[in-house]
Design a protein around this ligand. Structure first.
Ligand code: SME
Length: 152
């Protein structure tokens, strides 16, 4: 089992600048290295109205941009609720950037009441993300937020 409390402490130590760009790059590289069975880990940023723009990531080249009204990332942006998808094939408007992806977790990042972006994780294993994984990864997002200067 992944020790998310250890990972939170390690991530906090890793993020030794307030620069959000550096910290997004480090955070997704850290997650990809430390959390097993992921084929993609990265950020989409809100830089255009009602659209998510691809940010730093680990994995194959990905879809860009993603409108708020499409896909799992769009749902996270719209609802500002974490999307934990056991089987991406069961989601009608799932955007398949990589056919290998079978399950997905998307955590919205909200700063001062505004959506800043999302953290998106994909796995080739169906049902990869448990409720405990969701809580652990949401905690990692909180570390990223606390360690970074994020302009809303
Ligand atoms: N599958 C996502 C698109 C992003 S990629 O997984 C990197 C979605 O449906 O929003």
């Amino acid at each position: 089992m992944t020790d998310y409390s250890l990972l939170s402490r390690q991530l906090e130590a890793l993020l030794d600048t307030r620069d959000w760009l550096t910290n997004t790059a480090q955070t997704c590289a850290f997650i990809q290295q430390e959390i097993p069975n992921l084929n993609w880990a990265g950020f989409y940023l809100q830089r255009l109205p009602e659209q998510l723009v691809l940010g730093p990531f680990q994995g194959k080249p990905a879809c860009n941009p993603i409108p708020f009204n499409k896909g799992v990332c769009g749902a996270a942006a719209r609802t500002r609720q974490t999307q934990r998808i056991e089987d991406v094939h069961a989601v009608a408007d799932h955007i398949a950037c990589d056919a290998a992806s079978r399950s997905e977790l998307v955590v919205p990042i909200v700063v001062d009441g505004r959506l800043w972006g999302v953290l998106d994780l994909d796995s080739p294993i169906p049902g990869r993300f448990s409720v405990d994984d969701q809580a652990g990864i949401e905690a990692l997002v909180e570390v990223f937020k606390a360690c970074s200067d994020l302009v809303a």
